[in-house]
Design a protein around this ligand. Structure first.
Ligand code: ADP
Ligand code: MG
Length: 328
């Protein structure tokens, strides 16, 4: 059983960045307005995500890290109208089987917070009162302690640095899609990136991309005629240099479907094609900076395609692609 746990866990949590993603999404599902992400030694000594969200209800605490337990959906119909990032009940349990985990939490009904230490099966082995305010803090030590090859793979200095950048990119993406979210990201106690609460996507983009880049972006909004699909966001002005230099990379191409950061090759391709056609030859290999926010009825998408939920299937993908073309 331990081997089976390890096998499936290592598919959910493939890297430091995927672990941070799961924890941050849990914080967002708990309606946090402030998230602190702390890494030590590139995440191998410590990964900690602290939020000021709802906290974990006493009834959920004993089962929170039990594999496949989720407080977010209770029937398969719920999957059709999914409003939360999480729904598979796999993250906490998976993290427990590849690292050492403790969770400190307090709801508005609790008088004080409690720290729970979990074992590799996600069961609570000890608990003690703690001094933290409302919300949840998940602390992870010894990541990949039982996956030496993966640990070694990510421990290479170059990989480590890349992972820090990827965590930053990920947090930037959530910062854009959640303008009113405050984020602080530290590595070895040094602030790598932070964002304050702002009023809208434009201000959020500004804080992520900077004034120079933002001045070459134009907002758009588009409602599909034949479907309930709504698109909005920011695209680079044609021929603007900033958005098409090597400064940009695929990580500055933000595509969201129902606030979920997704990897949509077709859309990425369309946008690139459009800008590369319009620009000089030497920008062929460059990536435009853009932000596309697709709002689609929850029943028309399937996010349960891969364990890490970055792939999304759309019922009316053709009309979404057509809409993107129209906007371009
Ligand atoms: P899922 O997000 O798919 O429900 P997880 O394994 O990520 O599964 O989390 C299991 C459960 O633990 C959640 O359903 C939720 O009840 C609780 N939980 C985890 N993290 C938090 C958090 N930061 N704030 C509040 N509840 C949390
Ligand atoms: Mg989750």
């Amino acid at each position: 059983a331990a081997t089976i746990r390890l096998l499936s866990s290592s598919q959910v949590i493939t890297s430091v960045v995927s672990l941070v993603k799961e924890l941050v999404e849990n914080s967002l599902d708990a309606r946090a307005s402030s998230i602190d992400v702390k890494l030590e030694s590139y995440g191998f000594d410590k990964i900690e995500v602290r939020d000021n969200g709802d906290g974990i209800k006493a009834a959920d605490v004993p089962v929170m890290a039990v594999k496949h337990y989720t407080s977010k959906i209770s029937s398969h119909e719920d999957l059709q109208s999914l409003q939360t990032y999480g729904f598979r009940g796999e993250a906490l349990g998976s993290i427990c089987s590849i690292a050492e985990v403790s969770v400190t939490t307090k709801t508005s009904a609790d008088d004080f917070s409690t720290q729970y230490v979990l074992d590799s099966c996600g069961h609570i082995t000890s608990q003690k009162p703690s001094h933290l305010g409302q919300g949840t803090t998940v602390t992870v030590h010894k990541l990949f302690k039982n996956l030496p090859v993966r640990k070694q793979f990510y421990s290479a200095t170059k990989k480590c640095k890349e992972e820090i950048k990827r965590v930053q990119d990920l947090l930037m993406a959530y910062g854009i899609i959640k303008p009113d979210l405050r984020i602080i990201f530290t590595h070895n106690k040094a602030v790598i990136w932070q964002k304050t609460r702002v009023s809208d996507h434009k201000m959020a983009l500004l804080s992520v991309l900077g004034t120079a880049v933002m001045s070459s972006m134009v907002p758009f909004q588009h409602q599909c005629e034949d479907s309930e699909v709504l698109l909005n966001g920011f695209l680079p002005k044609p021929n603007s240099n900033y958005t098409l230099t090597s400064l940009s990379s695929p990580d500055r191409s933000f595509i969201f479907i129902n606030r979920r950061l997704v990897y949509q090759k077709d859309i990425l391709k369309l946008v690139r094609l459009y800008y590369n056609l319009m620009c000089s030859k030497d920008s062929i290999h460059s990536y435009p900076i853009f932000f596309i926010n697709i709002i689609i009825p929850a029943s028309a998408i399937d996010v349960n395609v891969t364990p890490d939920k970055t792939q999304v299937m759309m019922q009316n993908k053709e009309s979404v692609l057509l809409a993107v073309e129209n906007v371009l």
